[in-house]
Design a protein. Sequence first.
Length: 248
Amino acid sequence: MPNLISVITAVHAPAAEHLPDAYKSLASQELPDGWEWQWVIQEDGETDAVRPYVPNDPRVSFGQGRPGRAGMARTLALSRATGQYVKVLDADDMLTPGTLVRDLSAVTGYADIGWATSRVLDLLPDGSTVGFDQDPDEGPIERGEVLTHWKAHGYRAQVHPATLFIRRDLLLALGGWMALPASEDTGLLLALNAVSRGWFTVETGLLYRKWSGQVTSQAAHVHEGERGARMAVIEARALALAEMNWRF
């Protein structure tokens, strides 16, 4: 069996039209000899709107399930993800050239690095891009650093969970993505950082599409009552993991 990276994508019907762009960015990735990727697409729902956009490629699998938001869809997709490593790719985003090999090099280069992230550029509707002004330096991210930054900067982490590349066994040990209506990937990021060192690559690894149908652009995403509850449980989980002193 070849060395394999499982790229997991949750998709709901409004974002399906962006899948071809995501696929193009994935298909252009170059990997070291002996490595391959599989793309595991999981619809958050059971509509007829997504399947027409799924590429006809034997490396791509498509599944559906009851709607439960992105975290549930990604966790269900794990049932078909057989790679040693899992890469997140949202349906409306695009990888930049070389992303997978940079992620792989970071995680395989150090025995105690459990996950990797990279720089993100927001892709605006007019085609322009905007960067983030709090990117860390290239290199290791020590345990607890993400939580400290997140709490000090209005619940915004210094690295983006949409770029996560994770050892599959570590992802499974943490139970996949949090069962939240949003911020489930931030919850996973903080949990990963509570038990394992990570890595940040300064070279841009993702184009993060900004568009009107984006879930994070909806009013419900910033509803103060729900948002406060999400942040509270994310922090509590990260602290509990740190206090148990379990380390990858």
